[in-house]
Design a protein. Structure first.
Length: 74
């Protein structure tokens, strides 16, 4: 019997749009399953805008992963 891991692929486009439009509220982090950092981002208004910009850069450069460490699907 083989052991198959079920992974959920998160969309690059959805993550990017959520980050651009609602990133200061942490919605992009919630979408990626990163609840703890999503709450922190929400409470600090996107890390006072800095964290919001960094997340957009990380998504565009393919450095952002979901909570399981899987890359975003293109």
């Amino acid at each position: 019997m083989t052991n198959t891991a079920i992974t959920t692929e998160k969309s690059f486009v959805v993550a990017l749009l959520l980050s651009i439009l609602l990133g200061t509220l942490g919605i992009d982090r919630f979408y990626l399953g990163k609840i703890g950092t999503g709450v922190l981002k929400l409470l600090t208004a996107g890390g006072f805008g800095i964290w919001w910009i960094i997340d957009i850069i990380l998504i565009v450069t393919d450095k952002m992963t979901d909570n399981a460490g899987q890359p975003l699907a293109h």
